[in-house]
Design a protein around this ligand. Structure first.
Ligand SMILES: *Cc1c(COP(=O)(O)O)cnc(C)c1O
Length: 431
């Protein structure tokens, strides 16, 4: 399988090359030259086995193909239970049982396992630079910690991530360094972009990124949808419909790709927070990215969802067909709060603010008479957002064991000015 850029101005590359590069040279996102044809899939007992099967067509002909089962076994040793929510046909697809308690662990761990093998015995280490507003940086730091030949530098806006998130970013050490930047997330991202575009720097310090547009993160996210859908079908249930909390559209895009290759998924509905760029488009408006606004579901505070380029590619730029195929609904902060409190009062179930957007949209669909089996996708553990959740439910949220272990380690982050020259000097000096 070869990979092309969504913008059509880059040469076709192998999967290994696309994973190593992240972004295509013309600024587009890598997509398969053609989607594998839809087919019937067999249920497997574990996520890793399902993944090796479902991802095989995407790895066909690549130097990494032989290593795919080992990459899956190493990276995808994570539970992804589909649990009944209450007494009807509503479910939660829990994707937060990885080391940092968010779904991003799945993609980050797979990317790390793939990159280690792509790099082989390269003479110089590869430095992954990431800007984060919380979840991404923690998942990448955990996934790349102590991976040979790879170093991670995480930039986060000082004072603008929760204390628990800051601790998670700074607690790894070894080949993972955290920089607390005196600025905003946008400042951090601009510094990272400048570093990635700095050819003089790259000649001395090979750099790559690990953001959500990377194929190495997108492809493995198909696997938990595949696993849940096949298990559900094997239990004699109808096709599973999904509501996916959406920011950059990476997680939902993976669900759409999984359905495209024949996995038994029904409708896929997108839930956003008050950053309603996708709902505005699906309701018939033009595609109009904007600046992001801050909400309680902060990992979804995205005003310009980058994976939209992949969605348009999949539909051959036919916006009418695209609008007919999907629905997106926005959920404001007041509704997020009411959903967390209401769900807890009715069922005892506690969800994070991101998951609450999907639960709220699912509740609205049911009130409109929607039938069938549905799952709201649970993207993070509520203990990561305790300052929002605990006052709403009036009780502490127990911290999962893997997260508790991280929070017990000492943490350290270097202060840095929001200035590219400071980052450049740091990257050149650090081991
Ligand atoms: C990143 C994130 C999202 C949004 O996922 P996208 O792939 O960017 O759409 C939702 N919830 C949580 C908890 C996240 O960390």
């Amino acid at each position: 399988m070869q990979y092309l850029s969504t913008r059509g101005n880059s040469a076709p590359v192998s999967l290994s090359a696309a994973i190593a590069a992240g972004l295509a040279p013309d600024g587009g996102l890598y997509v398969p030259a053609r989607m594998p044809p839809a087919r019937a899939w067999q249920p497997s007992p574990t996520l890793a086995e399902t993944a090796a099967q479902v991802l095989a067509p995407f790895f066909a002909g690549d130097p990494l193909a032989a290593a795919l089962p080992a990459i899956c076994a190493e990276a995808l040793d994570i539970a992804v239970p589909l649990r009944r929510l209450g007494s009807g046909d509503d479910h939660l697809l829990e994707l937060f049982h990885g080391p940092t308690a968010a779904f991003k662990d799945v993609g980050a761990r797979f990317l790390a396992a793939a990159l280690v093998r792509v790099r082989g015995d390269a003479s110089q280490p590869l430095t992954i630079v990431v800007a984060t507003s919380g979840d991404t940086g923690a998942a990448v730091a955990a996934a790349f910690h102590r991976q040979p030949g790879l170093r991670v530098v995480v930039l986060y806006p000082d004072g603008r991530v929760s204390p628990r998130q800051a601790h998670q970013l700074g607690c790894f050490g070894d080949n993972v360094q955290a920089l607390r930047v005196a600025g905003t997330f946008d400042d951090c991202q601009a510094m990272v972009k400048q570093a990635l575009a700095d050819a003089g720097l790259q000649a001395r310090v090979p750099l790559s990124s690990a953001n959500s547009i990377s194929l190495g993160r997108l492809l493995p996210q198909m696997t938990y949808y595949a696993h849940a859908a096949l298990q559900h079908q094997a239990a004699g249930r109808p096709a599973l419909n999904l509501v996916v909390p959406t920011g950059n559209l990476g997680n939902a895009m993976a669900a759409i790709l999984a359905r495209q290759i024949g996995l038994p998924l029904g409708r896929i509905v997108l839930a956003t927070n008050a950053n309603a760029v996708l709902p505005a488009f699906f309701e018939g408006g033009p595609w109009q990215p904007r600046g992001s606004i801050a909400t309680l579901a902060n990992a979804m505070d995205v005003g310009a969802p980058s994976n939209f380029e992949r969605l348009r590619w999949l539909f051959g730029s036919d916006d009418a067909a695209l609008r007919a195929a999907f629905q997106a609904r926005a959920v404001d902060d007041g509704t997020i709060r009411a959903t967390i409190a209401g769900l807890h009062a009715r069922t005892g179930e506690v969800v994070c603010p991101h998951t609450a957007t999907a639960v709220s949209v699912l509740q609205a669909l049911r009130e409109e008479g929607e039938q069938g089996d549905w799952a709201a996708v649970a993207t993070a553990h509520p203990a990561k957002f305790e300052s929002v959740v605990e006052p709403l439910i009036g009780a502490p949220v127990p911290v999962p064991a893997s997260l508790a272990t991280l929070l017990q380690r000492p943490a350290h982050a270097e202060p840095m000015a929001a200035d590219y020259a400071a980052l450049r000097a740091y990257l050149l000096a650090a081991p």
